[in-house]
Design a protein around this ligand. Structure first.
Ligand code: DAH
Length: 367
């Protein structure tokens, strides 16, 4: 019979040296398996006297226990080492700069959207929403523009037949203006109201500054005391923040919109030359938005008492703002899905617009 102590020493050495789980399994089979060294010795106990059996049996059990323990420990050690190595190999250095050639770009309209929301958000406006497919009540009638009102001709409307009615007045439209969201908001919510509604709008028009689908942002404020002075202050702060200028001349011209009275258009100062448009200083003016005091009929259509509440509203084209701010000459290119265009005019996705971190993050511009 092999010396048990020698067997134990040798086995423990082998276990300590084992470099992988497979070797450990082999050792286990060789020592503790059906024909293993210890198992064989256990079988041999039958030949011994009762006293010897007791001593040798105890010893064998002890050694068996120690070997089992050593196998378990080593197995755990190896598994841990394996995991450590795997983790080391898969380490990602999160401090490495991004490979920006692999990133997509944020479309200028999305960028402007973010900027407008950031500015008005800071002023306490909520963002409101409405459907692209509207009924004529929300797009026109409730906005003080009933059927055959001459102002309906101001907008080339796409009508959608109503499968449930042959009456043309029941047909739907793809909304021609985000002003429809004014109505949706006032129907749901009592004043005080302070919302902007950015979104898609549609008109049958196509040239360098018009596309059948374009984007507007609507603004609406309704409260007990809401004045034209409030409107002017709010929009003045907006245009300065938007164009990132400390000084920006503005003027208001009287205008007409059916849903506001009085109505105005706001111009900003600029300098136009043959090749360049510089916003800010200069002797020229650029129309930027329409605005006015909410018409009492509009408040009434939404169940708001015009003797108790007044409001102001404004609307502007987001795409036009993008063209002006980022010097993009043709609106049609916005919607051509040309990746080269997007790479040129787009923005880095991680440069989020905020009033504190910067609006347009010019440093991040890809141009
Ligand atoms: N809805 C108008 C348009 O599409 C823009 C507009 C003008 C909106 C005056 C307003 C406003 O809220 O007060 O031309």
């Amino acid at each position: 019979m092999e010396n048990i102590e020698d067997l134990k020493t040798k086995t423990l050495e082998d276990i300590a040296k084992a470099a992988d789980v497979k070797t450990l399994d082999d050792i286990k089979v060789a020592v503790l398996g059906k024909k293993g060294a210890i198992t064989e010795q256990m079988k041999g106990l039958a030949l011994l006297s009762v006293d010897e059996k007791k001593v040798v049996g105890q010893k064998l059990n002890l050694v068996k226990g120690e070997i089992e323990q050593a196998l378990d420990n080593r197995k755990e050690e190896l598994a841990k080492r394996e995991l450590d190595e795997k983790l080391k190999k898969e380490t990602i250095d999160v401090t490495l700069p991004i490979r920006d050639e692999n990133l997509g770009r944020v479309h200028p309209v999305s960028k402007i959207y973010e900027e407008v929301v950031a500015i008005f958000g800071e002023m306490g406006f909520d963002v409101a929403d409405g459907p692209d497919i509207e009924d004529q009540f929300h797009n026109f009638n409730a906005l003080n523009t009933p059927a055959n009102h001459p102002a309906r001709q101001m907008q080339d409307t796409f009508y959608i037949p109503n499968p449930e009615s042959d009456n043309f007045d029941d047909s739907y439209v793809v909304r021609t203006q985000t002003s429809a969201v004014q109505i949706r908001t006032m129907e749901k919510k009592q004043p005080p109201i302070r919302i902007i509604a950015p979104g898609r709008t549609y008109r049958s028009d196509y040239d360098a500054t018009h596309t059948p689908m374009f984007h507007q942002v609507e603004g609406l404020v309704v409260d007990k005391v809401t004045t034209f002075a409030n409107l002017k202050g709010c929009l003045y702060d907006f245009v300065k923040a938007f164009f990132e200028l400390d000084e920006l001349p503005v003027r208001y011209r009287p205008s007409y919109f059916p849903f506001t009275e009085p109505s105005a258009e706001m111009d900003i100062g600029c300098k136009k030359s043959k090749t360049e448009l510089k916003i800010g200083a200069g002797n020229d003016w650029l129309e930027i938005l329409g605005c006015g005091m909410v018409h009492p009929n509009v408040l009434k259509a939404c169940g708001i008492d015009p003797n108790e509440y007044q409001g102001f509203a404004f609307g502007m084209g987001l795409d036009r703002l993008a063209m002006l701010k980022y010097g993009i000459p043709d609106l049609r290119t916005f919607f051509e899905s040309d990746v080269r265009w997007l790479k040129h005019y787009g923005f880095m996705p991680l440069d989020e617009s905020s009033m504190t971190g910067g609006l347009s993050n010019n440093g991040g511009l890809t141009r």
